[in-house]
Ligand binder design. Structure first.
Ligand code: PHE
Length: 344
């Protein structure tokens, strides 16, 4: 038995030497015959010798013999492929098949949409500011004229990190941070993530994006606010989009308004529309004239200056711009959805 095992090892070595000398189809065939020929091939002879072993010895030796056979066949196949010219390779490739497109990835649709919004405001001379997502009670509420324990806070309930630290519920705290540092004229937008205690549904999420706007100067009036927002919404949607301003309340603006656009998902035609509830209008932003108390909190004289502010829900607005019936789609990471927005 050992004799046979030694032979197997020996042939592995001699085969490697013979294979290294192969240079064309003819020498390849010779080596093949030498080892694998059915009549006198070395391996064929070894397989015959296998039969002379005791039955209990056969499996082990048979295994290494088969191993050698696979090894030789594999190497010969490789040598043949290496020697084949480009024409041989081309025969295997079906050139009529369409190419495989590689997907390169792209910015998230919400990010792209936010950029569109930013560009419109940049074009009107606004600049971009940012603020922290973890805020103090002072910036998120107090300085914006929400007294402690005031019921208005309930509408902006959020996650608290400690008694004084919380995830900001809106981008309005950035108004305060900017006005503390800078004196008018101020003309800024600030985009960013905000957080609320909300259960997800087609139009609500516990985390979403807003774009805040703030303009402070001499003689700023509600007409400026209205004109700016109308221009913005018409540029973003279309000249024909229907817009309405409704009186509303925010502690930090007076007077205040909410701005609705017509529901682009059902265009007001469906009584069962899950997006507008059949009313035909959807709210996309809150706005108003900066409350004098807010100016006092940041040492700007409300007798000299006036200003307006607004806060736009980016995800909601994107939903209507793209006519998507459920805001949660943006966050489910289903590539079939996301890829539709990829830059071409
Ligand atoms: N911060 C308000 C909200 O999140 C929106 C708003 C911003 C309203 C600025 C008025 C002025 O609901």
């Amino acid at each position: 038995m050992n004799h046979l095992k030694d032979k197997i090892e020996e042939y592995r070595k001699t085969f490697d030497e013979d294979a290294a000398r192969v240079k064309d189809e003819k020498s390849l065939q010779e080596v093949r015959n030498l080892y694998l020929s059915r009549k006198r091939g070395y391996l064929t002879l070894l397989f015959e010798k296998l039969k002379t072993l005791k039955p209990e010895e056969r499996p082990e030796v048979g295994k290494s013999l088969n191993g050698l056979k696979n090894y030789i066949q594999g190497r010969l196949q490789n040598l043949r492929e290496e020697m084949a010219g480009p024409e041989e390779t081309l025969k295997k490739v079906d050139l009529t098949l369409p190419g495989r497109k590689r997907y390169w990835g792209s910015p998230h649709p919400i990010h792209l949409f936010q950029q569109e919004i930013e560009n419109i405001f940049l074009g009107m001379g606004f600049s971009i500011e940012e603020g922290p997502e973890i805020e103090t009670d002072y910036y998120n509420f107090e300085a914006l004229n929400f007294p402690p324990h005031h019921p208005a806070r309930d509408d902006w309930d959020t996650l608290y990190i400690s008694d004084d630290l919380l995830l900001r519920t809106h981008t309005s705290p950035v108004q305060i941070r900017v006005m503390e540092k800078r004196k008018p004229p101020i003309r800024i937008i600030n985009p960013g993530k905000v957080f609320r205690k909300e259960s997800p549904d087609p139009t609500h999420l516990p985390m979403f994006y807003q774009v805040e706007g703030l303009v402070v100067d001499h003689g700023i009036s509600f007409a400026h606010l209205k004109g700016t927002l109308e221009y913005f919404l018409k540029t973003l949607f279309s000249e024909k989009i229907k817009i309405r301003f409704r009186p509303s309340f925010f502690p930090f603006t007076e007077p205040s308004a909410e701005v609705d656009i017509e529901c682009t998902v059902c265009t007001g035609k469906s009584k069962e529309c899950r997006v507008c509830g059949g009313g035909g209008w959807v709210e996309i932003l809150g706005a108003g004239m900066v409350d004098p108390q807010v100016f006092k909190n940041v040492n700007i004289d409300p007798e000299k200056y006036s200003g307006y502010a607004f806060g736009l829900g980016v995800d909601r607005t994107a939903m209507f711009a793209y006519q998507i019936p459920d805001m949660r789609y943006f966050y489910e990471n289903d590539l079939r959805f996301i890829r539709q927005f990829a830059l071409k």
